[in-house]
Design a protein around this ligand. Structure first.
Ligand SMILES: Cc1cc2nc3c(=O)[nH]c(=O)nc-3n(C[C@H](O)[C@H](O)[C@H](O)COP(=O)(O)OP(=O)(O)OC[C@H]3O[C@@H](n4cnc5c(N)ncnc54)[C@H](O)[C@@H]3O)c2cc1C
Ligand code: SF4
Length: 829
């Protein structure tokens, strides 16, 4: 006899249960009715924030489940357990043999006076986002609009990023002293804050909203710290509360912190009633993630069909990916296990923080935190609870990220959202799955939060399956192919390019890459119109964001040569704005500690004194260092200073796949360290030797000799070709060294192309460089001459004149330096 299953709630978990039942109930033992409070079919809530890119709910909709009586916009209001009957919001009575509560949770709104005012929102449903958008559009403010998100956890940051996507300047207010307090420790949070602020988010930690007031069309939020924020919308993202009201009214037990108490089979105290997903409390835990909910749905499907499956507990690992910000936290991230040891790598220069937690004997991985670069997450998360061989530091040391997936055991979970193991993926590849979309549809891996997609690619590569070179999901072309498309078609905007040659609205991979291509091809000022929105924050403010949220100002000093007058102007500017002054390894004088609104004033004085942007921020030519050569040195055989200046002025402003550095030494003693550069020149008795593909950084590499004893004109012609060939054909963020190594034929091929012109493209490369050199204009001068560009340079768009409370300094060796947030030390295992 057919029985009736009623699922109350049609979120991701209710949907998974309906699908699992239809997949498994091959004999049709169950008739399924779903009561759904929301008026739209189940959608991917995990990807909710992407809705702001398209405003098309269809993109998020989960596949329809056939053979289900789905009642949208009809909530369960009352449930009579004795009659096994539900009264719905449409006044219908629905009876059941088995009832599954999948009612999810509701955002928690702290009792801040004013929280009911129009303009205050939560962030949970598509309707919430539509309402926020409507309010943003209705806000009558002139200039940039602003929003406040209360809550600096994972969802708060997502919400803030979504506000940014709607064109607002977001403020994130977090009561704890750090962002993402649950997932990240002090050290990681310090870096996270820096990275998040690069996204134009203003962070206020250790404070909360005291009161929200309405003032005409705007809202004023008074924080307990005394800061007042003038905003257009307020979004609460201060945690969630399980929606267990129905269960309470039915007399079912709820947990201490809420949630319908269920056993390991997800059954409540009533044998006919189950609870799954965010409304359930299993073994004292309420999970705010989708993977445990999916696992519970599978358990209930099994039980309803006579099985004995149990909920095994769940992985609470999380990974956040905002524009340019990677954060991941997994296992025992805070080292709460007795005797746990921590190994920390904190690289302030690279902007990465990595910590692994291991057992007291350093033999078992317990957890970890990654900020800035979470590429190791996919490898490390499946290893939690497993024995590690060798030094735990190797897991997070820069060299450790090359660990092959082959070393993972077959039963390790690659996709934790859908509980897919490495063995299942290998099996699918063996049966013919030849790409990521194929693996997604065969195994469900990568279909939820998507963080395991890089691992799927790697497993395909390890299995010998050739991979697509597509830049990202929005373009099927590699960076090099896109470069040729832009160059050949005359396309001059991102929108035109994506409309004609891509799909969707772009992401943090393709937008900066295309911005760089457009800049390499000289299509206007980097802050012109749409181009401005594609840039990373450093490029956006034409300055480098530093660790306390201030910027460094770096005037170009070609070849390291500077007049006393210019030195004096730099000194006066530094003195007047209280900037920390440092002569760097690239022979420049960096001025640190400027706030965004000071940047134009500082540059006005520098530009008036004949100086220009040193491009310390962009992926562009940085410096051409030199020794003093024949001018002063008794060993010098050529004028290294004159050549360095000539090269630096020639290639200044050239945007490239990675930053570029160069140097010229006046003799083989190599005082300028030219062989540690992307292109380096060393003088000989007969001319110049040109070296290419060197770099400093994590994996220092000496450059290789390309040609010897060439004259200056030949040298410059070859460097023109080398740089243009690199700019055109390298992958995104690929250094010259990696580019040459990846080339079929390596250095010999490069030599054939740019010295012997084996491809017949050298005239074209030279002419492209000629065009770049002719079109060069100082970007800072361009900003100063354009009031619209100048208007971007305010630190609090919505509260001009308010000092940023997050920026503070202390004094060291007679200069101002930033007050550091807790920087962890390396703790030996
Ligand atoms: C912006 C955002 C980002 C997220 N990112 C991640 C992430 O990266 N990784 C991750 O694992 N998780 C993430 N989550 C959490 C994840 O979305 C949830 O864990 C998951 O959606 C929970 O599914 P659920 O079905 O239990 O609850 P829900 O999706 O909340 O669904 C419950 C449904 O039940 C309905 N309902 C409630 N009461 C009734 C009633 N009486 N009658 C009928 N219907 C009712 C509700 O309207 C709702 O549609 C994110 C959540 C949000 C909001
Ligand atoms: S590289 Fe040669 S020329 Fe230049 S400073 Fe050193 S010794 Fe002198």
């Amino acid at each position: 006899m057919t029985r009736t299953l009623v699922i109350v709630g049609y979120g991701m978990v209710g949907h998974r249960l309906a699908q699992a039942m239809r997949d498994r109930d091959v004999h049709g033992a169950w008739r399924i009715t779903v009561l759904a409070e929301e008026t739209r079919p189940a959608y991917d809530r995990v990807a909710l924030s992407s809705y702001v890119h398209t405003w098309d709910a269809g993109d998020l909709t989960l596949p329809a489940v056939v053979g289900v009586d789905l009642r949208l916009g009809e909530a369960a209001l009352e449930i009579d357990r004795v009659k096994r009957e539900i009264i719905t919001s449409k006044g219908e009575r629905v009876t059941y043999d088995a009832l599954v509560l999948a009612t999810g949770s509701a955002p928690f709104v702290p009792p801040v006076p004013g929280r009911e005012l129009p303009g205050c929102f939560v962030y949970r449903t598509i309707d919430d986002l539509d309402a926020i958008r409507e309010a943003v559009e209705a806000a009558g403010r002139t200039g940039r609009r602003a929003g406040m998100v209360l809550g600096g956890g994972l969802l708060g940051l997502e919400a803030a990023n979504a506000l940014r996507g709607m064109g607002l300047s977001p403020h994130v207010v977090e009561l704890a002293p750090r962002l993402m307090p649950i997932q990240v420790d002090d050290g990681g949070a310090g870096l996270l804050r820096d990275l998040v602020q690069k996204l134009d988010l203003t962070v206020h930690t250790g404070t909360s909203a005291q009161v929200i007031e309405r003032d005409g069309q705007r809202m004023v939020v008074k924080l307990t710290s005394g800061v007042e924020l003038d905003v257009d919308v307020v979004v609460f993202s201060a945690g969630i509360r399980p929606r267990d009201d129905l269960a309470r009214a039915m007399g079912l037990t709820v947990g201490q912190c809420g949630g319908v108490v269920v056993d390991e089979g997800c059954r409540t105290g009533d044998a006919n009633v189950y609870a799954i997903g965010e409304c359930a409390c299993v073994a004292g835990m309420v999970y705010g993630l989708v993977a445990p909910g999916y696992a519970m749905a599978e358990v209930v499907a099994d039980r309803l069909l006579g099985g004995t499956a149990t909920f095994p507990g769940a992985d609470t690992s999380t990974k956040l990916k905002l524009l340019g910000v990677d954060v991941a936290s997994f296992g025992d991230a805070h080292a709460t296990t007795e005797g746990a040891l921590e190994v920390v790598f904190n690289d302030a220069v690279a902007g990465t923080y990595a910590k692994v937690v291991v057992s007291d004997d350093a033999k078992t991985l317990l957890g970890g935190i990654l900020v800035g670069d979470a590429s190791a997450y996919t490898m490390l998360r499946p290893l939690v609870g497993r024995a590690i061989s060798g030094d735990p530091a190797a897991l997070v040391a820069p060299a450790g990220t090359d660990v092959a997936l082959g070393s993972l055991p077959d039963d390790a979970q690659v996709c934790s959202c859908n509980a897919v193991t490495k063995a299942v993926i290998k099996g699918a590849i063996a049966e013919g799955c030849a790409d990521v979309p194929g693996l997604k549809s065969c195994t469900k891996a990568g279909t939820t939060c998507g963080s395991c997609v890089p691992m799927l690619k790697q497993l395909l590569t390890e299995a010998g399956v050739a991979q697509s070179k597509a830049l990202c999901e929005h373009f099927d072309y590699s960076r090099a192919e896109l470069f040729e498309i832009v160059a050949g078609s005359g396309v001059s905007t991102f929108s035109e390019l994506i409309t004609k040659h891509g799909r969707g609205f772009g992401c943090d991979i393709c937008k900066p890459a295309v911005a760089s291509i457009l800049a390499s091809l000289g299509t206007g000022h980097v802050l012109d119109g749409e181009q401005a929105s594609l840039q990373d924050t450093n490029d956006h403010f034409l300055a480098n964001l530093q660790r306390n949220g201030t910027y460094s100002v770096v005037p170009r000093i070609p070849g390291g040569e500077i007049t006393p007058d210019k030195l004096m102007v730099i000194a006066e500017v530094a003195r007047d704005y209280g900037l920390y002054t440092k002569i760097t390894g690239g022979q420049r004088i960096d001025l640190f500690g400027a706030t965004v609104d000071q940047l134009p004033h500082i540059w006005r004085r520098l530009v008036d004194a004949g100086m220009e942007s040193g491009h310390a921020y962009g992926k562009a030519l940085r410096t051409v260092k030199s020794c003093v050569g024949t001018t002063w040195c008794r060993y010098g055989v050529q004028d290294s200073v004159a050549l360095a200046i000539q090269l630096e002025l020639r290639y200044r402003g050239l945007r490239s796949p990675h930053k570029l550095k160069s140097a010229v030494s006046g003799c083989a003693r190599e005082c300028a360290e030219a062989r540690g550069k992307d292109f380096g020149v060393i003088a000989t008795e007969h001319g110049w030797n040109l070296y290419v593909g060197g770099n400093g950084g994590f994996r220092p590499r000496h450059a290789d000799l390309l040609v010897s004893d060439v004259d200056t004109d030949t040298l410059i012609r070859l460097v023109d070709r080398f740089l243009m060939f690199y700019v055109r054909t390298a992958d995104r963020l690929q250094r010259t060294s990696a580019w040459i190594e990846a080339m079929d034929g390596g250095l010999d091929h490069l030599r054939a192309v740019i010295v012997d012109d084996s491809l017949g493209i050298c005239a074209d490369l030279e002419s492209a460089m000629h065009q770049h050199v002719g079109a060069y204009a100082d970007e800072w001068r361009g900003v100063l001459e354009d009031p619209e560009k100048l208007a971007r340079f305010t630190s609090f768009v919505n509260a001009p004149g308010t000092p940023d409370p997050t920026i503070s300094f202390r004094e060291e060796r007679g200069q101002r330096v930033p007050v550091q947030l807790g920087i962890p030390e390396v703790v030996s295992p």
